[in-house]
Design a protein around this ligand. Structure first.
Ligand code: NAD
Length: 265
């Protein structure tokens, strides 16, 4: 394993499990100290496991990315306790799947608040530290739905397409400060989120002729992926580590798909 991030300070939101945890582990494996935040208390155990396994400093902190006070508090803590922030990964996100006539304004707003405004808010606070040090990497989670809307998820598609716009806008403003801002679009990655997607989309897309059983809808979608497999959090982490590395110094405002070829735009 390369050791590109020895001595670096890296923040990952929504990192107690799934893709976020995979990203935090990869940075720790390459020598970084990590600030792992999540709205779930379980993040503290995740941080301890990562610190023990990779012998780095790993701080687990409970932060809801929609709570401005908690978010600013976390970045203040990073500035004070670590003195710098090299990489900030805005990964926290949620999805719900709902028929158009049952989707309430509050359900729509909640997803946009977490998935788009939460990304922007964390990026804003990270950038304040990075501007002072004239260096930094901001990396935002979008989705395949940042490229193409799926059925029953207009709020999620709105938020994830929004993340691409946030990324491009900040990339221009922060470029003079030697900060790059990029986004990534996972396709089908095996996590708790996909358990939910498979179950709920499976139920909603079932017809009298075709009743989806557990795992069948996901398999059908995976079969349509050129590389013929679902992704793992490590597949995503590999690309994030590249975007955070010196090799990506001349890459900004970009959005990269990590989806086995599911989308090619
Ligand atoms: N799994 C996939 O196939 C897939 C595909 C495309 C995009 N994504 C995106 O990747 C990111 C991670 O997804 P995942 O599959 O690991 O999901 P997950 O549900 O396994 O993990 C998401 C984590 O984010 C946390 N979280 C949720 N709301 C939060 C909030 N308001 N503040 C702080 N933490 C919060 C959860 O507690 C959880 O630990 C999300 O942004 C998701 O939209 C995932």
């Amino acid at each position: 394993m390369m050791q590109r991030f020895v001595g670096a300070t890296v923040s990952v939101t929504g990192a107690c499990r799934g893709i976020g945890r995979g990203i935090a582990e990869r940075f720790a494996q390459e020598g970084a100290d990590v600030i792992i935040s999540d709205m779930s208390e379980a993040v503290k155990d995740t941080a301890k496991e990562i610190a023990d396994k990779y012998k780095v400093k790993a701080v687990g902190t409970v932060v809801d990315v929609t709570n401005e006070e908690q978010v600013t508090g976390m970045y203040d803590m990073i500035a004070k306790d670590f003195g710098k922030l090299d990489v900030s990964v805005q990964n926290a996100g949620i999805i719900t799947i709902q028929h158009f006539d049952k989707m309430s304004v509050s359900e729509f707003s909640k997803v946009v608040n977490v998935d788009a405004i939460g990304v922007w808010l964390c990026a804003r606070e990270a950038a304040k530290i990075m501007v002072k040090q004239n260096k930094g990497r901001i990396i935002n989670s979008s989705s395949g739905q940042g490229r193409k809307g799926f059925i029953y998820t207009p709020h999620y598609a709105c938020a994830k397409m929004g993340v691409i716009g946030i990324t491009q806008s900040l990339a221009i403003e922060l470029a003079p400060h030697n900060i790059t801002v990029n986004a990534f679009c996972p396709g089908i990655i095996v996590t708790n989120m996909w358990d939910y997607n498979d179950k709920v989309w499976g139920e909603m897309l079932s017809t009298p002729e075709k009743q989806y059983k557990k795992g069948e809808l996901m398999q059908e979608w995976v079969d349509a992926i050129p590389l013929k497999r679902a992704g793992e959090p490590a597949d995503v982490a590999n690309v994030i580590a590249f975007l955070a590395s010196d090799d990506a110094a001349y890459v900004t405002g970009q959005t990269i798909n990590i989806d086995g070829g599911m989308f090619m735009n």
